[in-house]
Design a protein around this ligand. Structure first.
Ligand code: ADP
Length: 164
């Protein structure tokens, strides 16, 4: 696996400590990890693709083998373009399973050269999602346990500005 390029795809709207945990663990398993913000997957994102790429870049700045990009197309095509051998996804609970299983089989059909690898969520983060962060931050709750420290203020400012 060490000589494999891995992709961590997602909407990351915004990136959470749960995402970052998966990214770090993937970086320990593969020699190169590309985190890709999929701009077609999430229909009404709160943050622009540029903002999401920037926030992940800041949060993952200390992981040397991680780069961050965005892509507006099919993940299977992006994997082929990058010569990636693995797609790494985090699995939280049964609710993630059915959709992720279907996506993995579809991607395998579209690009047989790429394997989907599932990492089990860290139990500490299993309840965490970007939607939950957006919902509670916009209502003024403390999200410091849920998002990377370096981008906490950027997220809070953006999500609370709509209330003012
Ligand atoms: P979200 O569901 O939070 O909007 P994304 O579409 O951005 O997530 O997810 C990108 C990847 O990160 C997916 O594989 C998803 O299962 C995984 N992921 C998201 N949150 C967590 C978490 N708390 N723990 C583990 N994996 C997670």
């Amino acid at each position: 696996m060490k000589n494999t390029i891995a992709i961590c795809p997602g909407s990351f709207d915004p990136v959470t400590v749960g995402h970052l945990d998966i990214i770090k663990r993937a970086a320990g398993m593969f020699n190169k990890v590309i985190v890709v913000v999929m701009t077609n997957a999430s229909k009404h994102p709160k943050f622009t693709a540029e903002e999401r790429v920037r926030m992940i870049s800041i949060a993952a700045a200390d992981i040397p083998n991680v780069t961050v990009e965005s892509y507006d197309g099919l993940l299977a095509d992006y994997a082929a373009l990058k010569g990636a051998g693995a797609i790494v996804k985090g699995l939280r609970a049964m609710s993630d399973f059915e959709y992720e299983f279907q996506m993995a089989l579809t991607n395998k059909k579209l690009n047989p050269n790429v394997e989907t690898v599932f990492l089990t969520t860290n139990v500490e983060y299993m309840y965490l999602s970007s939607s939950m962060v957006k919902e509670i931050a916009s209502m003024g709750a403390d999200i410091s346990d849920f998002v990377p420290e370096q981008i906490h203020d950027i997220i809070v400012e953006r999500l609370t500005s709509e209330r003012k």
